[in-house]
Design a protein around this ligand. Sequence first.
Ligand code: ATP
Ligand code: MG
Length: 254
Amino acid sequence: MSNSIVSINQLSKTFHTNKDQVQALRNINLDIQEGEFITVIGPSGCGKSTLLKIIAGLDLDYQGEFLLEGKNVKGPGIDKGYIFQEPRLFPWLNVERNIAADLNIRDPKVREKVDELINLVKLTGFEKSYPRELSGGMAQRVAIARALLRNPKVLLLDEPFGALDAFTRAHMQEVLLDIWKKNKTTMIFVTHDIDEAVFLGNRIVILKPRPGSIQDIVPVVLPIPRKKTSESFQEIRLQVVNEFEKIEALQSAF
Ligand SMILES: Nc1ncnc2c1ncn2[C@@H]1O[C@H](COP(=O)(O)OP(=O)(O)OP(=O)(O)O)[C@@H](O)[C@H]1O
Ligand SMILES: [Mg+2]
């Protein structure tokens, strides 16, 4: 009996449009243990967002099996935090109210948790700031804090740092790892960036397109903090690059 938090068996997904149909995912098998940090990487259109949306409960129209803590998922919910590429904050609410959202910030328990999270995502001093006054990285940290306040079983992140400059992105990776070390929230993180996938993940799921399926799963057995310039880091990076080359070779054979 597995104690996986996410259990995916022979999962397939086909989109039906007026004109034709697109098989976005075919026969995905993936078991994720509680507390894992999974990064998902693959070329554009290989089904990364489709997979994440199914895990989020935002898309219930698939074939095969997907279980969260051994149970079927009937829809989205606070047990699955979802972070998009852009922060999607409420422009009329300040930072602390954006984090609290529908919860009452005057409730001492909520207040205490919001303060704790503001500290965790390193936004102390910006509690009363409005989204327009924040940088992209800061806004994304508000979105992460908002998701964490709900104590999600899994945090799903779809290229959350894609719009950030390289420097801010590196900083955000550190912040996220810090959060993961402290909270041990199970993370499923989609990225286009190989360095990011190796830096964050304890397993890298490499997807290939047409139809989206798993090319390989690369374990990353490196201590944290990781150094992107270290030899062991570069070795794993190369492993991922090699898999990408195999995918490209397959693509050009069409
Ligand atoms: N709502 C939809 N209707 C029809 N086809 C869709 C829909 N959403 C996605 N697709 C198709 O499914 C495939 C996978 O799309 P998906 O968005 O999951 O890719 P992705 O890996 O997230 O790509 P990217 O890296 O560009 O974000 C693509 O071929 C896409 O055209
Ligand atoms: Mg996508």
